[in-house]
Each structure stands twice: as C-alpha cells, then as structure tokens.
Design a protein around this ligand. Structure first.
Ligand SMILES: [Zn+2]
Length: 91
C-alpha cells in the first residue's frame, strides 16, 4: 500500500537524490505533499538547501562539521544532524 503523502524514508531518499540530480515533477509533488504533513522533513530539506547553497561537497561538510571551521556551534550541530547518514562515525 502506498501512502499518498509519502513516508519520511521515501522523502529522505528523494532529498538525497536531489543532491545529485534534478528531481522529476512527480518527485517534487510528492515532496511538497509530504511537507504539508511533516515539518521534520521540511526542516531537513531547508538544511540541505543551505548546504547546497554554500556550494559544498558532502565530504567537505563532514570535515567542516568536525573541525567547526567558520561555523557557529549551532550550525555545526545542524549540519552534523543533517549529514549523520553521510559522515563516518567519529569512533
Ligand atoms: Zn517526513
């Protein structure tokens, strides 16, 4: 059964695809529908948009989040949270 609003997992997959390519209209619509019911995913997208606007690559961001270069502690935490699936574990 498919949830018309989409699941968080589905949307997070769309969001990570958006880092690499242009989304299809269907994906964009799905995302918008989901955002209308889920603020968490909306925040997540805003974070990714911020990161993309910075023109940074994910691996660079992981390093920045660790070293904290030019970032406020709050921003570091947000980036780390947004990238937790992408950055290697510190241990
Ligand atoms: Zn969600």
């Amino acid at each position: 059964m498919t949830d018309p609003m989409g699941s968080c997992k589905e949307v997070s997959e769309i969001l990570s695809a958006a880092m690499d390519r242009e989304l299809t209209d269907e994906e964009k619509t799905r995302m918008k529908l989901h955002f209308s019911v889920c603020t968490w995913c909306q925040d997540h997208k805003n974070q990714l948009d911020t990161l993309r606007a910075a023109g940074k690559r994910l691996d660079t961001l992981c390093e920045d989040a660790d070293s904290g270069v030019g970032l406020s502690p709050e921003t570091r935490e947000r980036i780390k949270h947004a990238l937790k699936d992408h950055c290697p574990s510190p241990d």
